[in-house]
Design a protein around this ligand. Structure first.
Ligand SMILES: *Cc1c(COP(=O)(O)O)cnc(C)c1O
Length: 462
């Protein structure tokens, strides 16, 4: 009985899967400040046209360029593991599998899209990329990918993570990127926030404002912006995860999983694993698909589906998504990568459709799950990933109680070797659960009052 299943390099997916082609109800478009749909031309100062085309594409399958494949092959296909030790520890009849995205150079799934984005920017003649980063995983992934293509890379890192997580800053610098804490004094957006809230821990929304501003105000016009999650083309690039997993489950002798789980911050690692299985579900398969988010940042489980800004200060279009309000400043929990106020519109629309069953879990249960996982399977997962582990343990425990042989697969989106401070705080009993207060949510959502309404269109099939 295999413990891990590998694919050979020539079994790597050669095309990405675009769920926009199959969603029963269409995505609503991003809107500009005037309430009219954003045109591809309006996005051109920010992204290269090839990525904008992917952003709006309705093609089901999109070819992966050879140059991108050849760099992904440095670590892909990633292994799919069977979690025998965890199953035994839980005494569950469920068969638990995890896709190990921690084997990339940056230690997470994020290079899957970073490499593709750096490639398309290079093709378009771009010299420099700007971006934001929360816990530092995206910044380090883009720093790695930029180095592969000889691009400069500038990263605005959320202040609290910059202070809590110095090692990722060093990874970025090792790969040749320039990393500054956000809010910074380098942009108008950053200076405005600092003037009002000098002690702010920062937020992804603020850092996005800074990175977009730094790109569009480059007097040489050689800078573009790169986003590590949320957008349609990012979800697309991540689908190699689920496409590989499908083939690997077959090699394990499984048909389709009963339950698919991923943690959800902006939605990309979750979508990467889940969308190829959602494709099966749209075609009639019976699969429960669960994005797991922190109870302290409960975007899908408590945020309304609404048009909201992707950032703090209005540099981005309005996106139709579940949101906690663009002025959300997350409590400083350790899963920095899950503290975004919004969600990928594709994930949100799939939730509206009823295709997905989101769930929130508190941080202490997540760390407990991560400790169990480390002591059984051995891998010390990222604090973000611990939400997927906790979701898988909940489902495996339910399978035991119900006496059912469920097949559970989750995405091990990254390792936590650079996040051991969070583990230290947990082991010292310094972490607490934090329920996001309803009054604060209501207050945040007032900022959406003047925006156009997103319609909750659904087919009613699920
Ligand atoms: C960034 C990150 C996440 C959250 O981002 P998504 O876009 O929701 O995937 C989850 N896990 C890890 C390891 C990350 O680095």
């Amino acid at each position: 009985m295999a413990t891990r299943v590998f694919l050979s390099e020539d079994e790597m997916p050669r095309q990405w899967y675009n769920i926009a082609a199959d969603l029963p109800s269409p995505l609503q478009p991003p809107l500009g400040p005037d309430g009219n749909p954003v045109t591809p031309e309006m996005l051109a100062p920010i992204f290269p046209m090839s990525l904008i085309e992917q952003e709006v594409s309705q093609e089901r399958w999109i070819d992966i360029p050879e140059e991108v494949l050849s760099i992904l092959a440095k670590w892909r296909p990633s292994p799919l593991h069977r979690a025998y030790s965890l199953e035994k520890f839980l005494g569950t009849p469920a068969r638990i599998y995890y896709k190990n995205e921690s084997v990339s150079p940056a230690g997470s799934h994020k290079p899957n899209t970073a490499v593709a984005q750096a490639y398309y920017n290079k093709q378009a003649g771009v010299k420099r990329l700007t971006t934001e980063t929360g816990a530092g995983q995206w910044g380090s992934a883009l720093a790695f990918a930029s180095a592969q293509f000889g691009l400069e890379c500038k990263v605005f890192m959320v202040r609290i993570s910059f202070d809590q997580k110095p090692y990722r800053k060093l990874m970025m610098q090792t790969w040749g990127a320039d990393c500054v804490p956000s809010p910074s004094t380098e942009t108008q957006a950053g200076r405005d926030v600092l003037a009002k809230y000098p002690d702010t821990p920062g937020s992804l929304g603020i850092a996005i404002s800074e990175a977009v501003e730094a790109a569009v105000t480059d007097p040489r016009g050689e800078t573009k912006y790169s986003l590590g999650s949320v957008l349609n083309h990012v979800m697309l690039h991540q689908t190699v995860i689920g496409l590989e997993t499908r083939k690997q489950l077959e090699k394990f002798g499984e048909k389709l999983p009963d339950i698919v789980i991923g943690c959800a911050g902006g939605g990309s690692n979750f979508a990467g694993l889940a969308f190829p299985f959602a494709h099966e579900k749209i075609n009639g398969a019976d699969i429960e698909i669960i994005p797991v988010e922190p109870s302290s940042c409960p975007t899908l489980t408590r945020g309304p589906f609404a048009y909201d800004l992707g950032d703090f200060s209005g540099m981005t279009p309005l996106l139709p998504m579940h949101t906690l309000g663009h002025n959300f400043v997350a409590p400083p929990i350790h899963a920095g990568g899950l503290r975004y106020h919004g969600m990928a519109p594709l994930v949100s629309q799939a939730v509206v459709e009823g295709l997905l069953n989101p769930r929130s879990i508190h941080q202490l249960e997540c760390y407990e799950a991560a400790m169990t996982f480390a002591r059984t399977e051995g891998i010390i997962v990222a604090p973000e990933t611990s939400h997927a582990v906790a979701g898988a343990i909940q489902e495996a425990t339910r399978a035991r109680e119900e006496g059912k042989e469920k097949v559970i697969v989750f995405n091990l989106s990254g390792h936590g070797l650079v996040d051991l401070k969070g583990y230290e705080a947990y082991m010292n009993g310094e972490l607490h659960d934090y329920e996001f207060p309803q009054e604060e949510l209501d207050e945040n959502l007032k900022a959406l009052e003047g925006f156009p309404r997103a319609e909750t269109v659904k087919s009613g099939r699920w």
